[in-house]
Design a protein around this ligand. Structure first.
Ligand SMILES: NC(=O)c1ccc[n+]([C@@H]2O[C@H](COP(=O)([O-])OP(=O)(O)OC[C@H]3O[C@@H](n4cnc5c(N)ncnc54)[C@H](OP(=O)(O)O)[C@@H]3O)[C@@H](O)[C@H]2O)c1
Length: 341
C-alpha cells in the first residue's frame, strides 16, 4: 500500500490535525530512467509550517491536496535508472509518503545522494549530518564568526540546529548560553551538550536570568525563535555583535501583529548604536559549503565532540501529531518519523 499525508486545508494560525489527510493507494512502479523508493525515515522540520501557507515566501507552498514536502531517507525497491541498485539507501526529498517514484537528478528536488549506513545511522543525514547541521555550521561560522572568549547565545538549544550551534561554539572556545523550554532540556544542554548555562524561556524573569548568564554581554545571538527571547537578548548585545537570523518560530503561526508596544525603535537603536550585523540566511543558498561541512562535522561527531539526539516517532500516520508537537516544543531532539523498518 502507498500511504501519503496530504495538506487537507491551509491552516489559519496554529495548524491542527484537520490540516492533514491520510490517503492510501496502490504502490506505483518505476518507468524508464526512474527508481521506486520506499521511505525509511522522514524528517519533520519547522519550515514545513511555511509551506502550508500561500503567503509570499522564498519557496513554493504545498498545494491543497498535495503531498507534504520533506527530506527523507529511502531504500531503492526497483531501479530503471543508471547508478542506482535495488537495496541502495538514499537521501532525498520525497515528502510525507511511504513510497515515491522519481527520475534521479531530473530537477533539484529529485536529487538523490547515496548513503553509506556503515559510516553513521542513515537517519542522521536528516539531522546533524544533514540540512539542520549545515544550517548551524554556516550560520554560526560564516555569519556569526565567533571568536574564542566571546559569548554565544542560542535558543531551541536542544533541537538539531541549536544543539549543533552551541557545540560548535564550544569547540571554538566561546562561552555558550542556551535557551530552551523546560528544566529537562536545560539540564541536557548543560550536562550532555556542554553548554556553560541554559535558561528556561518559560521563566517570568527570563531577561534578568539571561543577563546573569551573560555577564560580559552577548557577541553572537543565533536567532532561532524571535518573540520574548529576542526581546531579552537585545539590551545585552555588545558593540559589534552579530545576529544570524535563522528562524523565528515563535511567530510562524501569527495571523496578525502581536499586542503590546512597538519595539522596533528599541531594536533599530541597538542595531545603529552598537553597529550590529544582522543577516538572515536560507541554508539552500549555502550548498557550496557542503564539502567543508561534511568533513568537519563527520570528524566532530565521530570524535564525540558534537553529540546528537533524535526524537523518533513510529509510523507515517503519526507524522501530523509529531509535527504539531514540534511547533510548540513537545519534541526533545531532532524529530524523525520512522516510516518503515
Ligand atoms: N534559515 C534556514 O535555512 C533554516 C534551516 C533549518 C532550520 N531553521 C530554523 O531554525 C530553527 C530551529 O529549527 P530546528 O529544526 O532545530 O527545530 P527544533 O529546535 O527541533 O524545534 C523547534 C523548537 O522551537 C522552540 N520553540 C517553539 N516555539 C517557541 C517559542 N514561542 N519560543 C521559544 N522557543 C520556541 C521549541 O524548543 P524549546 O522547547 O526548547 O523552546 C521547539 O522544540 C527554526 O526556527 C527553524 O525554522 C532555519
Amino acid at each position: 500500500m502507498h500511504r501519503r499525508v496530504v495538506l487537507a486545508q491551509r491552516p489559519v494560525g496554529v495548524p491542527t490535525l484537520d490540516s492533514f489527510r491520510l490517503e492510501d493507494g496502490p504502490v506505483p512502479t518505476a518507468g524508464d530512467g526512474e527508481v521506486l523508493l520506499q521511505t525509511l525515515y522522514l524528517s519533520l522540520d519547522p519550515y514545513m509550517r511555511g509551506r502550508m501557507s500561500d503567503g509570499p515566501s522564498y519557496a513554493e507552498p504545498v498545494a491543497v491536496g498535495g503531498v507534504m514536502v520533506g527530506g527523507t531517507v529511502s531504500r531503492v525497491l526497483e531501479s530503471k535508472a543508471a547508478g542506482f541498485q535495488v537495496g541502495d539507501v538514499v537521501l532525498g526529498n520525497t515528502g510525507w509518503q511511504t513510497h515515491a517514484v522519481m527520475k534521479p537528478g531530473a530537477t533539484p528536488m529529485n536529487s538523490l545522494v547515496k548513503l553509506d549506513p556503515k559510516l553513521a545511522p542513515a537517519s542522521w543525514s536528516l539531522g546533524v549530518l544533514g540540512m539542520p547541521g549545515l544550517t548551524a555550521y554556516v550560520g554560526l561560522l560564516d555569519l556569526g564568526q565567533p571568536k574564542a572568549g566571546e559569548t554565544v547565545v542560542v535558543a531551541s538549544a536542544t533541537g538539531p540546529v541549536g544543539a549543533t550551534v552551541g557545540q560548535i561554539a564550544k569547540l571554538k572556545g566561546c562561552r555558550v548560553v542556551g535557551i530552551a523550554g523546560g528544566a529537562a532540556k536545560c539540564d541536557f544542554a548543560v550536562k550532555e551538550l556542554g553548554f556553560d548555562a541554559c535558561i528556561d524561556h518559560h521563566r517570568e524573569d527570563l531577561a534578568a536570568a539571561l543577563g546573569e548568564a551573560c555577564p560580559k554581554g552577548i557577541d553572537v545571538y543565533f536567532e532561532n525563535v524571535g518573540g520574548k527571547v529576542l526581546q531579552a537578548v537585545v539590551p545585552l548585545f555588545n558593540t559589534g555583535a552579530r545576529m544570524p537570523v535563522c528562524g523565528v518560530i515563535a511567530w510562524y503561526n501569527l495571523t496578525r501583529l502581536p499586542e503590546g508596544p512597538d519595539l522596533t525603535p528599541v531594536l533599530m537603536r541597538n542595531i545603529l548604536t552598537k553597529r550590529l550585523k544582522v543577516q538572515g540566511f536560507i541554508v539552500s543558498d549555502h550548498y557550496d559549503r557542503l564539502g567543508a561541512f561534511h568533513r568537519d562535522m563527520a570528524g566532530w561527531v565521530h570524535a564525540g565532540q558534537v553529540k546528537y539526539r533524535e526524537d523518533l516517532t513510529l509510523g507515517l500516520e503519526n507524522a501530523p501529531a509529531a509535527f504539531l508537537g514540534l511547533l510548540k516544543g513537545s519534541n526533545f531532539g531532532k524529530v524523525v518519523v520512522q516510516v518503515a523498518e
